[in-house]
Ligand binder design. Structure first.
Ligand SMILES: [Fe+2]
Length: 199
């Protein structure tokens, strides 16, 4: 499985650039994933509560599929922040992340169904429940050992989320699952282009 090279990105939104600086310090502090994701969750909650606008080219849905626009990609690939946009009716397969992740909703409603991470291949997945997340809410979606879910847009407007991951998520090979059989397919959810950038 070939991993694409990381190209660093810095957000033009001051609140997000400042958030990224704080996440940089948290990542460098050597916290374990549980403590790190809790701290990132609390910070993202405050950042969303203070309010910021996302540029239109970072919230534009794609008619074909959900998209992830890079807001910040650390030069060393240690974390990334995405604006993830699901249009009405769009969703993901059941998938994993192979790293930690924190998701905060900027606008719209996300519906998340969680699954146990299978301990062995080719067994049906165990569903853990479904939650709805709305603007301002933040959830720890993933730690490396508990990272399997399916996400879709709820409601009748697109959902825009701020997703923070412990890797360059636009280059990271990860798993999708057939929940009926446990069959695994490896994929990379590459970064969407928003115009005016070279990736
Ligand atoms: Fe996900």
């Amino acid at each position: 499985m070939t991993q694409l090279p990381t190209v660093p990105v810095t957000s033009e939104v001051p609140a997000l650039a400042a958030f990224a600086e704080r996440v940089t310090a948290l990542v460098a502090s050597g916290l374990d994933e549980q403590a790190l994701t809790a701290a990132v969750r609390d910070d993202l909650e405050r950042t969303l509560a203070e309010g910021f606008e996302l540029p239109p080219d970072k919230t534009r849905p794609d008619p074909e599929r959900y998209v992830m626009y890079p807001l910040h990609v650390a030069a060393d690939g240690s974390f990334s922040i995405a604006s993830a946009v699901w249009n009405v009716g769009q969703g993901t397969p059941v998938h994993g992340h192979e790293t930690w992740g924190v998701v905060g909703i900027h606008s719209g409603t996300e519906v998340e169904t969680r699954f146990e991470k299978p301990a062995q291949p080719d067994v049906p997945l165990v569903e853990l429940g479904t939650d709805e997340w709305t603007a301002g809410q933040v959830t720890v979606c993933c730690t490396t050992d508990d990272d399997v879910h399916q996400v879709r847009c709820g409601g009748d407007v697109p959902v825009v989320g701020i997703h923070v991951y412990g890797a360059d998520i636009g280059t990271l090979p990860r798993r999708s699952y057939d929940p009926e059989t446990g069959a695994v397919h490896w994929f990379t959810s590459t970064w969407a282009r928003s115009g005016g950038e070279d990736r």
